[in-house]
Ligand binder design. Structure first.
Ligand code: SF4
Length: 379
C-alpha cells in the first residue's frame, strides 16, 4: 500500500467531521498491516490484473495467501461490471480513456493529499470513478461520499485541461455485499463543495485545529478508546435526570434505548483497550486486576484418547459433521453453491430485535400487536 497521506481520502469523512482527529491519530501506531488490509490489497491486485488482461494489456497474475474461490468470483464480478461500464462509454465516444489503479493527486486542495483510483473512464463529458471495496463490513453509499469526491478531484486534475468534463460519476462496488452505489455530481457543484467545505476543513485538519466531533466516523479512529471528546459525549448521554415519578416513563425509556447501543459499544471499546494495556504493557488500573477466565477441558492428544477409549472397549466415540455454510460456499464458489445446494439452504427466522427507525430492515408485527390491532379495529 505504500505511504499513507495524513489527510487520506479513506479517512476523509473523519477529518472533515472531526478536524483535530488526524493530528491526534499521529501518536498511535499504524495498523496498515492488518489481515483485512492485506486481503483488500490482494483482491485489488487480482482485480487489476484481470481487468488489464480483459483490455488486452500486459499483466502478470499476482499470487497471494488470500487466493480463494470467493476472491476469484468477486474479482470476476467486478471485472464484468467494469467492462460493462467501458462498453457503455464506447457507445458514447469512440475512444474513451480508461485508467486502472491510477495515482490521484488532490494536493491542490488538501495538503499532501493523494490516493489511488481503481478505475477511471473519461467519455463524452463524463468522468467515471469506480472504487472496488472488498471488505464486507457495511455497504457504503456513494452520495456525498468525501472519499469518492476526493478521487474525483484528483482525476479532474489529470483530465480537466485536456477534456471538457461536466459530470463526475462515482461508483462504489462491493461484491461481497452485493452492493453497487452510484452518484453523480456536476463539476461545478464539486468545485463549490471544494471551496466551501473541503479547503477550509483540510486547513484546520492539517493544523490540528477545530472542534472534536463524535459520530459514526469514530469507529476506525485510532484515538477512539481514549478520546476525551468521545468519552464526554457518551457520559453526557448516560446521565439521566431523575425526576418524579419513581418509575421511568415510556418516553424516558425510548431515550435510554436511543443511546444504549452506542454506549455499550463505546464502553466495550474502552474495556478492550484497558485489558490489552494491562496484559501487554503491565498497566495497573486502580480498582482492577487481571484474572483467568472460565475455560473448558480439552484433550491433550486426540489420537491417544481414541486409542485409550477403544482399548477400554468404547468404540462409539466419533461424531461426523458437515462443514459450515460459509466454508461450503467458499469451497464450491458462490455460483456452484447456488446451483447445487441453493434449494437445500434456508434462513431460519432471526432473533427478534428492537432497533432504531433508521434501520433498513422491514418492521415485523408480532402476534400480540396484531391481536391488539384487530381488537382496536373491532371496537
Ligand atoms: S474518536 Fe471521534 S471525536 Fe475523538 S478524535 Fe477520533 S473522530 Fe474525533
Amino acid at each position: 500500500m505504500g505511504r499513507h497521506a495524513l489527510l487520506s481520502a479513506s479517512s476523509s469523512k473523519r477529518w472533515l467531521n472531526c478536524t483535530p482527529s488526524a493530528r491526534l491519530e499521529e501518536q498511535f501506531p499504524s495498523d496498515s498491516g492488518s489481515m483485512y488490509a492485506e486481503e483488500g490489497t490482494a483482491a485489488h491486485a487480482l482485480a487489476e490484473h484481470k481487468l488489464k488482461r480483459n483490455l488486452k494489456r500486459r499483466s502478470k497474475r499476482p499470487v497471494s495467501d488470500y487466493d480463494c474461490d470467493e476472491m476469484e468470483e468477486c474479482t470476476d464480478e467486478y471485472v464484468a461490471y467494469a467492462m460493462e461500464q467501458i462498453e457503455v462509454a464506447k457507445q458514447k465516444c469512440k475512444d474513451p480513456v480508461v485508467l486502472i489503479e491510477q495515482h490521484l493527486d488532490y494536493s491542490a486542495y488538501v495538503p499532501e493529499g493523494f490516493g489511488t483510483g481503481d478505475l477511471l473512464i473519461v467519455a463524452d463529458g463524463t468522468l467515471a470513478v469506480i472504487d472496488l471495496k472488498y471488505g464486507k463490513g457495511v455497504a457504503v453509499d456513494a452520495q456525498w461520499n468525501p472519499q469518492m469526491m476526493l478521487y474525483g478531484l484528483g482525476a479532474l486534475e489529470l483530465f480537466e485541461a485536456i477534456y471538457d468534463i461536466d459530470i463526475v460519476r462515482m461508483t462504489i462496488y462491493q461484491p461481497r455485499l452485493e452492493s453497487v452505489s452510484t452518484w453523480e455530481i456536476s463539476v461545478e457543484d464539486l468545485k463549490r463543495w471544494t471551496e466551501k467545505v473541503l479547503i477550509p476543513k483540510a486547513q484546520l485538519a492539517i493544523n490540528g485545529e477545530g472542534d472534536f466531533q463524535c459520530g459514526a466516523w469514530c469507529r476506525f479512529c485510532k484515538a477512539k478508546n481514549t478520546c476525551r471528546a468521545r468519552a464526554e459525549e457518551y457520559l453526557k448521554l448516560a446521565q439521566m435526570e431523575f425526576r418524579p415519578p419513581a418509575l421511568l416513563t415510556d418516553e424516558e425509556i425510548s431515550e435510554v434505548l436511543k443511546v444504549a447501543d452506542d454506549l455499550a459499544k463505546w464502553s466495550a471499546d474502552v474495556y478492550a483497550f484497558a485489558t490489552d494495556e494491562a496484559i501487554t504493557n503491565g498497566k495497573q488500573w486502580s480498582g482492577f486486576r487481571l484474572v483467568e477466565g472460565r475455560s473448558n477441558r480439552k484433550y491433550t492428544d486426540e489420537e491417544e484418547v481414541a486409542e485409550a477409549a477403544k482399548a477400554a472397549g468404547y468404540t462409539d466415540i466419533y461424531k461426523k459433521s458437515l462443514i459450515g455454510i460459509t466454508e461450503m460456499e467458499k469451497l464450491l464458489g458462490k455460483k456452484k453453491f447456488a446451483e447445487v445446494l441453493g434449494k437445500l439452504v434456508y434462513k431460519p427466522q432471526g432473533k427478534i430485535t428492537l432497533v432504531t427507525e433508521s434501520d433498513k430492515r422491514e418492521a415485523i408485527i408480532t402476534a400480540t400487536a396484531e391481536a391488539d390491532f384487530k381488537e382496536e379495529a373491532t371496537l
